[in-house]
Ligand binder design. Sequence first.
Ligand code: FE2
Length: 739
Amino acid sequence: MDTFRPPAESWTTADGAQVDERGIRDIIDRAKRETRVDFKYDGAFFTPRLRGINHLEVGRSRIISSPLAIILEWLYLQFTRLRDGMQRLSEWLFPRHDRLWCDHVDSHLVGRVIHADRRGDGAPIHNLHVEFWGRTWIGTWRKLAVGRTDRDGNFRLPFDLRQARRISLRHLYFEVHTTTRVYFDADTPRLHFDLWVRQPVPKSDLIGMDYNLRTLQLDFWCYREDAPAPRARVNAEGTAPEHYSHGREDAMMQQIIPIELTKLKHLEQITLAPGTLTIDQIQKDYPENLTTCIEKYLPGYTRGDDWFGERMMNGMNRGYFQPDPEAQGSYWIRYFGKCWYDSNEVYAMPDVDIRFTLKDDGLPRPSEIRLTGRLSAHDHDPWATRSYTPMDGASWTHAKRVARVAGAFNTEVEEHFAGTHLNTEQFAVACYRNLRLNPVAALLMPHLKEVSILDHTADRTLIGGYIPSAAALTEKGLQQRTRDILGVLDWKGWRPMTPISPAHSCARAEALFWDVVSTYVEDFFADRAAEIREHWYEVYRFSEDLVTHSVPVAFTAPGDRPPEGENWAALARRRLDYYRGQYCFDPSLDRPVIDGQPRALSRITAAQSFDAAGPEDWDNLKQACRYAIMQATYMHTWINEHQYDDLGEVFYSCGGLRFGTKPDGIMAPESDLEIALDLVRATQMLFFTNLLSRTEYGFITRNEEGDVNPRFARALESRRDAFRLLGVDIDAIESRTNI
Ligand SMILES: [Fe+2]
């Protein structure tokens, strides 16, 4: 329960009673409790099921519902279980012992391992664990050699030619193993290795001296060459270079089915008899959200100024309040509209500037909203600015809705997808490519896993699916916009938002979590300092991959610049000025230049060994780790968890308002269905916000998979009460970005 209490204002409840500030707060707290939806899915044999996260779709996901399909699916499941069981039986019958079958070395297995790419000259893969095995006619294994690749990806495995050519051996295999998961045994991390590639070696070709496997191109955590951002190359099925844990898949399966079926029912009804469905009906079919629940008790409250200010500050948007240099005590939240991005003509998306002053209780009160850009289909001036104040009656209410919608779009696309998903993915790819012997792998991997394959699904379902159909930007526009946001994200200099008042609980909780992460990372580095320094080369390569693949600083590269003209240049300056505060980005820092372009991510180290490292490099590495963990855990959780609160009522907020045909365009009441989402987009929006907010899995304190360092969980646990006083339940904070 919050310690903070809003001011004494009265409101009329649905029963006609007057409630004061205390009563309003009680109702809000009650609504928060009531809308904590927890899906229970105790599916019986013939109940529908989803094949997995990779099969999610904007329209009809691959739900299996016909009895025949369910039986076939069941048979296939039994087959895979039998196959896996046979595999485990084989491993039990024929264990792979550590004994090395080598009396004297007289031959070598040599070769080189690089990342696969189109030109065949991918980066070498260092410190890769490689083994040489023989298998006898009866199935037992004999380890013939073991080793590791060097910095250039070369390996040279010494082996005993006589042992390798023994008649008892039927097959020989060269194997590459990689770290895939980290688990914790008490406080000690255990790295889990998995076989990545097994390549047969013809026994007859071993004739003495060296046997050269030449250059092996591994499809191992490769960067996409066609993406506008640093992205992992994911296979067509979305299952490699990593896969979801069984627990994550099962949790998804249990939680998603009810809302998937609701969406399917709506889509079917819209196809067959669209006149029989309304947005109100769609809304009722989904679980009640925070705003609809509050409206049930306090009609009109969520459209009022108090709620507007409170949610802009402490809701999903967690808005950045930029001090007004010309008016002491005034702040601006700015949401940028279509800008110069590729957009459609269906949805409006003006720039929105909201001026706030603080009430006595520290919560913001909106005093002015400026909308710049086209507000209707009849309006063709992208630079016209209209200003609204609370004195403007209905127009003020409409302007607040436009502001909420702009805030939702910006929060989802910029803060959520670019700021946490894509941002985390760039750290994930660099981490999995380079960190193997360095303990930093154990620090980062639990928080970076699964984001790459999830983003791959989001490319299709959200960026290339739902959002372009329900908001102003096209897929191309969204890709460019998220690239530009990555262009103002850097680990260097990042810090949590500064609270502007005691009521700024969102910022205060953020600072508290940053403190937890900092404590955890400091302790980890103190404990493992010697090993981290010993394997500094991996840090160097991690840093190089981050920097080399980082996008250029926003708006600097030729393809990223705003169009010619002073208006566009001024808009770009305003955006950079705001982002400087919002993302703590300092464009004046001396940044690495790659291919003539300054890169957004700062270099952690330029030294290949710790002895040659600069005086700041040790702290750089700690700060980069803190930053990556913070974005992947708390920053993602905040938005994700609040999506259904603030984006779970179609008329209250959504990703875009349509121009419609009337002269006033989007400056119209909620009852104007011309500007609201259509029926298809309405059910899809509620499906997505439900899905993303309610199917979380992988929490720090619950540690479902044993992959969270208990020290991290304890550091969080020790601040449970402090978080609770700020309205944050630490049991709801996720350890990774996996939805
Ligand atoms: Fe997410």
